[in-house]
Design a protein around this ligand. Structure first.
Ligand SMILES: NC(=O)C1=CN([C@@H]2O[C@H](COP(=O)(O)OP(=O)(O)OC[C@H]3O[C@@H](n4cnc5c(N)ncnc54)[C@H](OP(=O)(O)O)[C@@H]3O)[C@@H](O)[C@H]2O)C=CC1
Ligand SMILES: O=C(O)C1=N[C@H](C(=O)O)C[C@H](O)C1
Length: 265
């Protein structure tokens, strides 16, 4: 039997790729999409999709669920909308697969409690690309031996959140194995605010935004007379799609919230 999938954010860079991925998948059916404004009755009304894409467009999650009964909601929208969408989906017994970044720690705790109470699978994946997951795993391993680390994430200039969800997740994974440490000179002073980047538990995170970039990250480790750099590059958004399809299948077997694909691959 096919997995019934709804996608929030179908006109976006990631959402449109996800629409094609689900449409091509032989074990999935795209039953609906969620937008926040009236853009047509079905995807076929949008120039960007072929006439054979007949999934209806909804602007209200409850109506979408009542009319099309999805098993899974894939959210690729905006940091402003994603918490509300995830909570609504869980409360309507739909399993969320969330690629959108920008959750607060408190929101993650609350959503985790709802998923646990409802015994519903929910995946929040700051990065769906397998190479990025490996980059984070390798960085966590390296930090055990080289605790001086700085993260440089580089993205296209349309990105709304900084630092990226991947950079935050990388720092959190490193935090699990690294004793807290303030890096740099104890008396260093920024003569230009922000020069040393954001700070998470003493680690510095630097965000670069430029046209031409897609999604890239370097994790830099410094030791006595040596440097280690772990780098990942997503060169197109197709790099995320096998991860999206994997999560849609995986979330159907789960009964709790998982934050980060490193926990399930
Ligand atoms: N986990 C991962 O591997 C990846 C995650 N991402 C994340 O995915 C998210 C989307 O990225 P991207 O596709 O590049 O962004 P885009 O801006 O290209 O797409 C977002 C889409 O969501 C729409 N949208 C905004 N608010 C709502 C809402 N309330 N309901 C429904 N749709 C809405 C936007 O419409 P409009 O333009 O009209 O406002 C737009 O079509 C970001 O948070 C990004 O960080 C991105 C790449 C990989
Ligand atoms: O906005 C993006 O493009 C991306 N967002 C995610 C993030 O914030 O980490 C994943 C990837 O880096 C692309």
């Amino acid at each position: 039997m096919s997995i019934r999938v709804a996608i929030a954010g179908p006109r976006g860079k990631m959402g449109a790729e996800a629409v094609h991925t689900v449409m091509k998948h032989d074990k999935m059916e795209l039953v609906a999409v969620l937008d926040y404004k009236e853009v047509g009755k079905t995807l076929a009304d949008l120039e960007m999709f072929p006439a054979s894409y007949t999934a209806p467009i909804f602007t209200d999650m409850s109506e979408l669920v009542e009319a099309t009964a999805p098993d899974v909601l894939v959210d690729l929208t905006s940091p402003h909308a994603v918490y509300k969408h995830t909570k609504e989906a869980l409360n309507l017994n739909v399993r969320p697969v969330i690629g959108t970044t920008g959750f607060t720690d408190e929101q993650l705790v609350e959503l985790s409690a709802i998923a646990k109470e409802k015994e519903l699978g929910c995946i929040i994946a700051p990065n769906f690309a397998i190479g990025a997951i490996l980059m984070m795993k390798f960085a966590k391993e390296a930090a055990k031996y080289l605790p001086d680390v700085e993260i440089i994430e580089m993205h296209h200039d349309q990105k709304l959140d900084a630092p990226s969800g991947t950079a935050v997740k990388t720092a959190q994974l490193i935090q699990e194995v690294r004793a807290q440490k303030m890096q740099g000179h104890p008396e260093e002073k920024e003569t230009l605010k922000g020069a040393r980047g954001a700070e998470l538990d003493g680690m510095r995170i630097h965000s670069v935004r430029l046209p031409g970039l897609v999604a890239h990250q370097q994790v830099l480790f410094g030791g006595d007379g040596q440097l280690l750099t772990i780098r990942h590059d997503s060169l197109n958004r197709n790099s995320f799609m096998s991860g999206v399809a994997f999560c849609v299948e995986e979330v159907m077997k789960m009964d709790q919230l998982v934050y980060g694909l490193e926990n399930i691959i």
